[in-house]
Structure formats: C-alpha cells, structure tokens
Ligand binder design. Structure first.
Ligand code: CP
Ligand code: NVA
Length: 313
C-alpha cells in the first residue's frame, strides 16, 4: 500500500506493526534517526492544526528528515494548477506528503497522481492518524486483551465518529457511537462499511442515540468538538442544543466501568462536549493521547516510506 488515505485502508496487521513501532518511538524517539536523512516531507494543510502539524514536523525531524510546511493558499493550486500536476511536482522533491483538507476526494486524487506516500491528516470524512494515536493510548491502558470491553464515542457523527467505528471494527472491538439521530448521526455508508469489516474481525458495532446506554459499563468515553472545521456557523445554535445531552460530565462518567478512561482528540471546548472536571480530572488520558500523535505519525512515515504497510485487501 502506497498511501494512507482512509482508516479503512489499514489491516489489523498494519495497525499492530504501527503500534509496536510507535511504542518504541515513544521510548526512544531517535531510534531511526537517519531513516529520512537528507530527505523532505511535505505537509500541506488547508485547515488549522496544532497537534497534527507539530507531531508531523517533529516526527520528520526525529527520522532525520526536513519537514516542508505548506499552508493552504501557498501553492499555485489556488490559481488553477491541477491537483494532479501538484502531486507530480511534490513527488519530485519530497519523500512523503501529509495532507489536511476538506474533501476526501482531493486527498484521494493526490494519492493516485503522486508517486510518494500520501497520508490523510484529516478530511471532512475521516482522521486515520488520530485513531492510531488513540489505539496506542487504549493499548497502554488496557493491554491487548480487550474482550468484554466497550469503547464509546459520544457527540457529533463527524469524521472522528467515522474513524472510531472503522478502527474499532478493524481491531475486533466492541465499539459504540452515541449521536443525535438524523443529520448529525454517522454516515450510513461508513456504518455499513464498519459492519462489513466487523463481520470479518469479530467486532461489535453499536449505533446508539441514548448517551446513558452508551456510557454504561464503557471502558472509554471519547468525544470531539461539536463544531468541526468547516461546519456552517448557522448550525451552531441548533447543534449546541441537540448535542447537549451527549456532553461528557461526571454524571455520564459515573455510569462507566471502574477503570474507564476519558479520551478526546482535541482541541476541546470545556463546558460544551466535556466538562472541565472530566477532561482535567484523573480519568483523562488526553495529554498522553496527544503525545502519541507524534509517535504514531513517526511510525507511519517510517513504515510507509519503506513499503512495509500492506493494507486491508
Ligand atoms: N487532534 C487533532 O487533529 O488536532 P489538531 O487539529 O490540532 O491537529
Ligand atoms: N472533528 C474535528 C476534529 C479536529 C481534530 C474537525 O474536523 O474539526
């Protein structure tokens, strides 16, 4: 597999390899410090980023390479140069391209037109690199035996909810999303794909709309911002009202398993999708989770550039 365009591209074996390497990089960041020596990695983002940008640039540095950060309007793309031509040019200089943008189809096109690995660093539909960090964090807390455990995402049925379902399916986990019904539920096509993967891995996929049922006996409560990058401001008031019951607070957390953890991809809005006492409290693993954005992107760059990720056939 050349690129990581979608979470669903990854096989269980790929994820296991990436988590093992990332765990090594967490202990020794410079373990492969000449893997990308004298090479560059382009990081192209048309949406803001704190973690993914810092994690990616640091990961490239730890592999001995040089990151080239390109902001949305820096390229000639905005002046009519095609995505395909852009991909060919970047492929002539860099060893990989990390992209954050709106349309999944743009990332797919960069992947098909470019000859170097292209990594999806968030689109409107998906966020695969986040899920690698999330699953390394889950592993650190619960080990490899996750039988009997339930992993719950609460809130907006957005890119994160999609990636949560698909990665849970790949990992053979019992994954739950609890979102409002209707336009803020996860995409039906993604649910169908998660169920299809689950049929091959033994995962259980539960699509719920009751936050209390979803939280009961869960090992993880995960949430994300209610307004994603690019969401129309005109929807804010309605979304805030409809999503309010899904806010992770002490009341919901008290329903979970005794050793449950709280996770969030960040950025967080205290008092909206999570209360301050939960995200800043003892169950929260969000800082470790954020650190693993670097270790997992480093692992991904290391293995993709060596042709060692084979994909889910
Ligand atoms: N979690 C995440 O992707 O954060 P950034 O938007 O800061 O990159
Ligand atoms: N759903 C959020 C995730 C941010 C990391 C967004 O797309 O803005």
């Amino acid at each position: 597999m050349k690129d990581l365009l979608r979470t669903a591209d990854l096989s269980r074996d790929d994820v296991e390899l990436l988590l093992a390497t990332a765990a090594d990089f967490a202990v020794n960041p410079l373990k492969a410090s000449s893997a990308l020596a004298h090479r560059t990695v382009a990081i192209y983002m048309t949406k803001p980023s704190t973690r993914t940008r810092l994690a990616s640039e640091t990961a490239v540095a730890h592999l001995g390479g040089t990151p080239i950060f390109i902001r949305g309007d820096d390229l000639q793309l905005g002046r009519g140069e095609t995505i395909a031509d852009t991909a060919k040019i970047i492929s002539g200089f860099a060893s990989a391209l990390i992209v954050r943008t709106f349309a999944q189809s743009d990332v797919d096109e960069l992947g098909s037109a470019g000859s170097i690995p292209v990594i999806n660093a968030l689109t409107d539909d998906d966020h695969p690199t986040q899920l690698l960090a999330d699953w390394l964090t889950i592993r650190e807390n619960f080990g490899s035996d996750i039988s009997g455990r339930k992993f719950t995402y609460l809130g907006d049925g957005n890119n994160m909810s999609h990636a949560w379902l698909i990665m849970g399916a790949i990992m053979g986990a019992h994954v739950v999303t609890a979102t409002p019904e209707g336009k803020w539920a996860p995409d039906a096509g993604v649910i169908a794909q998660a169920r299809a993967i689950a049929a091959t891995t033994g995962a259980t996929i539960e699509i719920l709309h009751d936050p209390r049922e979803a939280a009961r006996e869960a090992s993880v409560l995960y949430t994300d911002v209610w307004m994603s990058m690019g969401d129309p401001e005109s929807e804010r008031a309605e979304k805030t009202r409809v999503l309010a019951p899904f806010s992770v607070d002490q009341d919901l957390m008290s329903l979970t398993a005794k050793d449950a953890i709280f996770m969030h991809c960040l950025p967080a809005h205290r008092g909206e999708e999570v209360s301050a006492e939960i995200i800043d409290g003892p169950r929260s693993v969000v800082w470790r989770e954020a650190l693993h954005r670097r270790t997992t992107i480093q692992a991904l760059l290391f293995h993709l550039t060596r042709g060692e990720i084979h994909g889910r056939q």
